[in-house]
Write a protein that binds this ligand. Structure first.
Ligand code: DUC
Ligand code: ZN
Ligand code: ZN
Length: 489
C-alpha cells in the first residue's frame, strides 16, 4: 500500500476565514493544516464538505468551568461536560479561569485547575488567573513565575463581595502585570452602587430575579470603565474589559481607544440577544436569565453591534457560567431566594456560535468574515494564541468546524451538553449548525456525535505577546522627566 499523503482531507468545502472565502480542500498531517488547494492527495480520513462551510473552530475566551465562583459554589460543569458542550457548538479552544479566592496560594490554585482540565477536557484550553488576594507574595513571586510558565492573563473583579480587590490593589495588580508582560482582564462595575441598590431593593421587598437588573444600575458600568481606564493609563498597562452591556460602556471604550489607549473589549450573546425583560418571569424562573452585568435594552444591543462593527469591541465570548436550576445551583438558598441569594451566570458555551452564526451570517448582520473574526481570530490574536489558533492557514492547528449553513435547529434544554440542563435560549430557532468538528486534526464531533475522549484536549501555554505590551507612553505624573524625577513604574 502506498503511504497516504495526509491523515485527513476535508474535501471541496467553502473555506472562510476573517478575510478569505474560497472553495478548496484542506489537508491535515500530524494535527496541523499541511495544505490548502484543489485536488489534494488522499487522506486516511476523507470528509466530504461539498455545500458546507469550513470555518476555524471557535475560540471562547471567557468561560467559567468547574470553578469556585463569586457565589461561593462551583459551576455545575466538569471540564468534560463543558468542553463536550463547547465542541458540539463548534468551539475548539476555551480560555477558562484558575480562580484564587482570599487566603489561597495562586500557584496551588493554578496547579489544581490544570489537573482538573487535563483529566476531562476534550478541546484545548488555557487559563486566565483570577487574582482575589493580591498579597505581596502573590504579586511579586507567584504572578511572575506563573506568567513565565505560560499563564499570561490576569483577571480582576471590581465588584462581588468575595472577589473585588478595591482601587489601590487594582493599581498594584496593573503594575505587577506591566512588569511581567501580562494582559489584565477586568469585570468592571461600581461595587458601591451594586451593593447599595441590592440592599435597598431587598429591604423594600423587591426580591424577584427581575430586580437584579436594576440592582446593577446602568451607570455602574461606565463609571467603573472610566475609573479602570484612568488607572490603566496611569500605569501604561493594556487591559481587556469583559462583558460590555451598555451603550455608555461602549462610548467610554470608544473614547479611550480614540485617545490611543490599549483598551480591548468583549461582549457576549446575552447582551446582543436578551433584554432585562427576559428576567420578568413568574416566581423565581427569571433566575435562569440572571447574569452580571444583566441584559439591558434593545438600544444597548444596537450600540454594542455598532461597537463591534467599528472595532471598539473585538471579541464575543460566552461568559459561560452554568448553575443548575436546583439546590446545587440557582436555588442553593432554597426555593424562594431573594435575587441577592441567586448565583449569577448563564450557560452559553454551546449556543454562542450557533446564535451568532444565525444573526451574523444567516441573517447577514456584519457578515461571515466578521463572525469568524469576533468568535475565533480576534480572541486568538488578543490572547496570543495566533497563528496556532483562530484561523485556517498552512501550519496552524487543524481546529475546524464544518457548518451546515442551511440546517435549522430549535434550541432546547435537552439539546445542550453542559451541566446546567437548561438553556436561556430555549424555543429560538437558528439557521446554521456545526455538524462536524476537528481539534488538531482529530474528528471530535461527527455529524452531531461526540467522538473525542476525555482528557484529549491539551493545555496551551501563552506569553503575553504584542497585545500585552505597554505603549511606552507614560503620563506626566509617573514620567521622571516631568514629575521631579520620581521613578514609580
Ligand atoms: N457574572 C460574572 O461576573 N461571572 C460569571 C457569570 C456572571 O454572570
Ligand atoms: Zn464577570
Ligand atoms: Zn465571567
Amino acid at each position: 500500500m502506498p503511504e497516504l499523503a495526509f491523515d485527513c482531507v476535508i474535501r471541496g468545502g467553502r473555506v472562510a476565514t476573517a478575510v478569505d472565502d474560497f472553495v478548496a480542500d484542506v489537508a491535515i498531517k500530524d494535527g496541523v493544516i499541511a495544505a490548502i488547494g484543489r485536488n489534494l492527495g488522499q487522506g486516511g480520513v476523507e470528509l466530504d464538505a461539498k455545500d458546507r462551510l469550513v470555518l476555524p473552530g471557535g475560540v471562547d475566551a471567557h468561560a467559567h468551568v468547574e470553578q469556585l465562583s463569586a457565589a461561593g459554589i462551583v459551576n455545575s460543569d466538569t471540564f468534560e461536560s463543558a468542553t463536550v458542550s463547547a465542541a458540539h457548538g463548534g468551539t475548539t479552544t476555551v480560555i477558562c479561569f484558575a480562580a484564587q479566592h482570599r487566603g489561597m496560594n495562586l500557584q496551588t490554585v493554578v496547579g489544581d485547575y490544570l489537573a482538573l482540565a487535563k483529566k476531562g477536557a476534550v478541546i484545548d484550553y488555557t487559563f486566565h488567573m483570577i487574582i482575589a488576594d493580591p498579597t505581596e507574595v502573590t504579586l511579586k513571586e507567584h504572578v511572575p513565575a506563573l506568567v513565565l510558565q505560560g499563564h499570561s492573563t490576569l483577571k480582576v473583579f471590581m465588584t462581588y463581595d468575595l472577589l473585588n480587590v478595591g482601587d489601590e490593589k487594582l493599581l498594584d495588580i496593573l503594575l505587577a502585570a506591566r512588569h511581567t508582560k501580562a494582559l489584565v482582564c477586568v469585570h468592571a462595575e461600581n461595587h458601591g452602587m451594586v451593593s447599595w441598590m441590592g440592599k435597598r431593593l431587598v429591604e423594600k421587598g423587591y426580591t424577584a430575579p427581575k430586580y437584579h437588573t436594576i440592582s446593577h444600575p446602568r451607570g455602574c458600568e461606565a463609571e467603573a470603565f472610566n475609573r479602570l481606564i484612568a488607572f490603566a493609563e496611569l500605569i501604561d498597562q493594556p487591559i481587556m474589559i469583559f462583558h460590555v452591556s451598555t451603550a455608555e460602556g461602549v462610548a467610554a471604550i470608544r473614547q479611550a481607544r480614540g485617545r490611543g489607549l490599549k483598551v480591548f473589549a468583549e461582549t457576549c450573546p446575552q447582551y446582543l440577544f436578551m433584554t432585562a425583560k427576559d428576567l420578568d418571569k413568574p416566581g423565581v424562573e427569571g433566575a435562569k436569565w440572571m447574569c452580571s452585568p444583566p441584559p439591558r435594552t434593545e438600544a444597548d444591543q444596537e450600540a454594542i453591534w455598532q461597537g463591534l462593527a467599528l472595532g471598539d469591541l473585538q471579541v464575543i465570548s460566552s461568559d459561560h457560567a452554568p448553575y443548575a436550576f436546583d439546590a446545587t445551583g440557582k436555588l442553593m438558598a432554597g426555593d424562594h431566594p431573594t435575587f441577592k441569594q441567586i448565583a449569577n451566570g448563564l450557560p452559553g458555551i454551546e449556543a454562542r456560535l450557533p446564535l451568532l452564526f444565525d444573526a451574523m451570517v444567516s441573517k447577514g448582520r456584519l457578515g461571515l468574515h466578521k463572525f469568524v473574526e469576533v468568535t475565533a481570530t480576534a480572541p486568538a490574536k488578543i490572547y496570543n494564541l495566533h497563528p496556532r489558533k483562530g484561523s485556517i492557514a498552512v501550519g496552524a492547528d487543524a481546529d475546524i468546524a464544518i457548518w451546515d449553513a442551511k440546517r435549522q435547529v430549535m434550541l432546547a434544554d435537552n439539546l445542550m451538553h453542559d451541566g446546567a440542563r437548561y438553556t436561556p435560549y430555549a424555543g429560538r430557532t437558528v439557521t446554521g449548525w456545526p455538524s462536524t468538528v476537528l481539534r488538531r486534526g482529530e474528528v471530535i464531533v461527527r455529524e452531531g456525535e461526540l467522538t473525542a475522549k476525555p482528557g484529549s484536549g491539551t493545555w496551551l501555554p501563552r506569553a503575553g505577546g504584542a497585545p500585552a505590551a505597554p505603549l511606552g507612553r507614560l503620563t506626566a505624573d509617573v514620567d521622571p522627566g516631568c514629575n521631579f524625577g520620581a521613578k514609580l513604574i
